[in-house]
Design a protein around this ligand. Structure first.
Ligand code: ATP
Ligand code: MG
Ligand code: MG
Length: 564
């Protein structure tokens, strides 16, 4: 999968290997902030980072970017590890945390102050942003910019000791308030957050490093060679290098890189994944969960890894999607949701052997010329599957049309269909209830048709015995958002598709129970997948406690033009 045509990041890696920049080493990292569950956008980053390590015999770290305790939690740390493993990747050594480096980062920050490269600023947050200027407006020096370094050092130590109120001061790098790159205008290195316990360091630190101060240095400490991130960090690239290079310039014996070649990591930006009919932003996904608009982070309609897992998407399909869409350094077109579905369908076609007949919208059919005992029909080549045929059976209501539209080849008054693994039947009469809805079809079967190919133009349909079939619950899913680009039209929540989940009381061939038992005995994969012939691929979600009924999620429906 990963050995396909390279991408521009791989080209850079090849160039660096050839030039010997890192003495042939390749080390990447996947650096999630543990403030939510991973989504399909992260899958792209994971496949890229771990894929490069695999392809070039390198290593990939997992590092939690835990520099903002306000929204970070242990549950997210745990789920992220589970999701990366489920995708089929294993990081090198133990997982890392930016918080592992808090003491080292603090030490370097003090050294920066001593060098005159950083100062404590006591402007308010609003003033700092006002003074920073913009692309078109140059920045303005803070009145605290030229305070004596002893004074900065003393206040910084008080910040560290917890003696300063939240928001009362920040530590800033002293670069250039007139710099053309706004990010370089004296960026913030530390802020005060005294009252928020950190999931790992608890109350040890009343101050926290900024993303910019922590990220590149964490990369350098870990000996990362290629630090890939999404395009929004493009402007930060210059600062990434500046911090690392300044630390290297510090006098004394502060070791920066653990790498033997001590070459600095470089940041490379790629286009983020975007997809139609979903949103990929933890913040927005959180609004769906907290608003009760979906059934949790792992709702099968969610583009989270846990949601896609529960829906039944195989990890190989997600890896394949990433290989297909490639990696570019310019923003790319939004990926169609249907591309993901097609890849999932292709992979399931190869992987899923279990098949069953399941009638999703049962319509009662009486076989008027059958008055014998029920007959047990077999599926050629599959000993496990057996189904009963008798006087009362069920067809899918979608396989019948009173007045068939052009191109409809299945059942209609006077027409025939072949029951899969069974007989050809003909519709003789339609029975309607008091309010006119169809309640039953009266059909006759052709005793000679069993085990024979159906006559030309006779479609094959799935069916079930009315009583001797197994009731199952099936959840059908449609797109979570009705609009292709939910974020474009005002509030994205207004674009939600009100009909994205439909719960059906379906009837399945009875062998589904033994198939599932056999699966539990033989397979390590916790997710039982089955193809309901002519319907699509389904994943077992749970077994109900009340009556041990199987509940399936539709992973992906059969192509809609199939079997018309
Ligand atoms: P979100 O906006 O959803 O919170 P994030 O970028 O803040 O995403 P992080 O946990 O910081 O989330 O991301 C970890 C890594 O995944 C980063 O390197 C980030 O660039 C990458 N990533 C996040 N979203 C996408 C995406 N849509 N496509 C590709 N990579 C992504
Ligand atoms: Mg982030
Ligand atoms: Mg974020």
């Amino acid at each position: 999968e990963t050995a396909e045509a390279g991408n521009f990041v791989e080209d850079i890696v090849v160039r660096d290997i050839e030039s010997g920049t890192y003495a042939g080493r390749v080390r990447t990292r996947f650096p999630p902030e543990p403030n939510g569950f991973l989504h399909i956008g992260h899958v792209k980053s994971i496949c890229l980072n771990f894929g490069i390590a695999q392809k070039f015999g390198g290593r990939c770290n997992l590092r939690f970017d835990d520099t903002n305790p306000e929204s970070e939690k242990q549950v997210f740390i745990d789920s992220i590890q589970e999701d990366v493993r489920w995708l089929g990747f294993q990081w090198d050594g133990p997982e890392h945390y930016a918080s592992d480096y808090f003491a080292q980062l603090y030490e370097w920050a003090e050294a920066f102050i001593e060098q005159g490269w950083a100062y404590v600023d006591e402007l308010s947050a609003e003033e700092i942003s006002e003074f920073r200027g913009s692309l078109t407006r140059p920045g303005k020096d803070s009145p605290f910019r030229d305070r004596p370094k002893e004074e900065s050092l003393e206040i910084f130590r008080r910040m560290r000791a917890g003696d300063m109120a939240q928001g009362s001061a920040v530590l800033r790098a002293k670069i250039d308030m007139g710099h053309p790159n706004v990010i370089m205008r004296d960026p913030i290195m530390y802020r005060i957050l005294p009252n928020t316990p950190h999931p790992r360091t608890g109350k040890e630190w009343p101050i926290y490093p900024s993303y910019d101060w922590a990220h590149g240095l964490s990369d350098a400490i870990e000996g990362v060679t290629h630090s890939v991130c999404t395009l929004e960090f493009n402007m930060h690239n210059e600062l990434y290098d500046w911090f690392n290079e300044q630390v290297l310039r510090l006098p004394g014996s502060l070791p920066l890189c653990q790498s033997p070649d001590s070459a600095l990591p470089r940041q490379h930006e790629f286009a983020r994944l975007e997809m139609t009919n979903i949103v990929v932003s933890k913040r927005k996904l959180k609004r769906l969960v907290e608003g009760g608009l979906v059934d949790g982070w792992d709702d099968p309609r969610m583009p989270t890894i846990c949601g896609m897992r529960r829906r039944g998407y195989p990890p190989a399909a997600l890896r394949k999607l990433c290989a297909l869409i490639g990696v570019t350094k310019v923003p790319t077109s939004v990926i169609e949701f249907s591309l993901l579905e097609n890849v999932v369908r292709d992979v399931l076609q190869e992987q899923v052997a279990a098949k069953a007949l399941c009638v999703l919208h049962p319509l009662r059919v009486t076989i008027t010329n059958w008055d014998g005992e029920d007959q047990l029909l077999e599926v050629p080549g599959d000993e496990l599957r057996k189904m009963h045929f008798g006087r009362e059976i069920l067809l899918d209501a979608e396989d019948f049309q009173q007045e068939p539209e052009p191109g409809f080849k299945r059942l209609a008054p006077g027409r025939q269909v072949k029951l899969r693994y069974g007989y050809v039947i003909k519709c003789d009469e339609v029975v309607r209830g008091e309010d006119g809805e169809i309640t039953e079809l009266l059909c006759s079967y052709d005793p000679e048709s069993l085990g024979k190919r159906p006559p030309k133009k006779v479609a094959v349909v799935h069916w079930a015995h009315a009583e001797l079939s197994t009731p199952v619950t099936v959840r059908m899913y449609d797109k979570l958002f009705a609009e292709p680009r939910p974020e474009e039209a005002g509030d994205f929540l207004e674009a939600l598709n009100p009909d994205s989940c439909e719960v059906l009381s379906a009837r399945c061939e009875p062998s589904i129970t033994s198939m599932w038992q056999k699966y539990q005995e033989e397979s390590d994969d916790p997710i039982f997948r089955v193809q309901f012939e002519r319907c699509g691929f389904f994943a077992l979600d749970k077994v109900t406690e009340e009556n041990s009924e199987l509940v399936f999620n539709c992973t992906v429906a059969q192509r809609s033009d199939f079997g018309k």
